[in-house]
Design a protein around this ligand. Structure first.
Ligand code: NAP
Length: 302
């Protein structure tokens, strides 16, 4: 293997220790800590384990973490008034509503009810608009794209003038990372192409990329010969391709694969993110970063 591995778990620890230190400093100075509420409606097992991870991470940073679990038959009206309550609560800087919501609740209506200044996921249309404008307008970049950009920066990969190709145009990954990489500023200023299922000659586009960001959700979609020698490859895909028994716990766990054919890709790429252990561990970290940022806004520091 010749590519340098961009290790999400290592970068995650670096960022978490920066956030922890800043939280302690602000606590000593202002006697307050960031407040984050996670609202979970129902008992979807995947959502529950994701929420647990968010809670543990927030607690490890010294945040005031509020877990608000509600029954699956909670009405949309009650959920909207709960959000309104947290919108008005000065001790809460970030509001997360775990998706998916039960079918009788309109997700869009719920997400749009969150105060954009507490929308640390960055999904509210106001924050999407701010991202589009760029620069100082951006308050909360969405977490997975923010993770991707942070990894590229920390790996020391030059973005200015780079050809960036993004595979995928979802609202949570493809579109926002494309916008972020084309903005004027550090860690960006690139020339961006976005490809999707309507694109022709996917291989030729990928082969032009100095930085190839793949978020399609198709295991092994990107073949090694599609990678420009020396390119930086960010594999966002997380695909369950089977199951195995964990040697540590004896439990059945998923076998995960990315969208890039990893082993042979390492022979071509200059930098590459693994799956698991790449972008995955970074997303919650960026959520914590946005929460601290929201807290700093509330203190008038930003
Ligand atoms: P999504 O909403 O399903 O979007 C996938 C995008 O990829 C779509 O724009 C689709 O094109 C495009 N696409 C699919 N197959 C393609 C193909 N054969 N050729 C070209 N384009 C293709 O998925 P997502 O939410 O963006 O997630 C993408 C992957 O990233 C998933 O594996 C997901 O699990 C993973 N993910 C990981 C993290 C993390 O690590 N923290 C976070 C979010 C997502 P069309 O628009 O034309 O359909």
């Amino acid at each position: 293997m010749s590519a340098t591995l961009i290790n999400g778990s290592v970068i995650r620890e670096e960022i978490l220790s920066e956030l922890r230190a800043e939280t302690e400093k602000l606590k000593a100075e202002y006697g307050k800590v960031p407040g984050l509420v996670t609202i979970l409606v129902g008992e979807n097992p995947a959502s529950m384990s994701y929420v647990t991870l968010k809670i543990k991470t927030a607690q490890s940073l010294g945040y005031n973490e509020v877990q608000d679990s509600r029954p699956p038959d909670m009405s949309e009206e009650d959920l909207l008034s709960l959000i309104d309550r947290y919108n008005k609560d000065d001790s809460i800087n970030g509001i997360l509503v775990q998706l998916p919501l039960p079918k009788h609740i309109d997700e869009k209506k719920v997400l749009n009810a969150i105060d954009p200044d507490k929308d640390v996921d960055g999904f509210h249309p106001v924050n999407v608009g701010r991202l589009m404008i760029g620069g100082d307008e951006v308050k909360f970049p969405p977490c997975t794209p923010a993770a991707i950009q942070e990894m590229i920066i920390r790996a020391g990969v030059e973005t200015k003038g780079a050809e960036v190709v993004v595979v995928g145009r979802s609202n949570i990954v493809g579109k926002p990372i494309a916008i972020m990489m084309m903005q004027k500023g550090p860690g960006a200023n690139a020339t961006v192409t976005v490809v999707h299922t309507g694109s022709k000659n996917l291989d030729a586009h990928c082969l032009r990329a100095d930085i190839l960001i793949v978020a399609a959700g198709v295991p092994g979609l990107v073949k090694p010969e599609w990678i420009k020698p020396g390119a930086c490859v960010i594999d966002v895909g997380v695909n369950r391709i089977g199951e195995k028994i964990s040697k540590k716990t004896g439990k059945t766990i998923a076998i995960l694969s990315g969208d890039v054919d990893f082993e042979p890709a390492c022979e071509r790429a200059g930098f590459i993110t693994p799956v698991p252990g790449g972008v995955g561990p970074m997303t919650i970290t960026m959520l914590m970063k946005n929460t601290l940022k929201s807290f700093k806004y509330s203190l008038g520091l930003l």
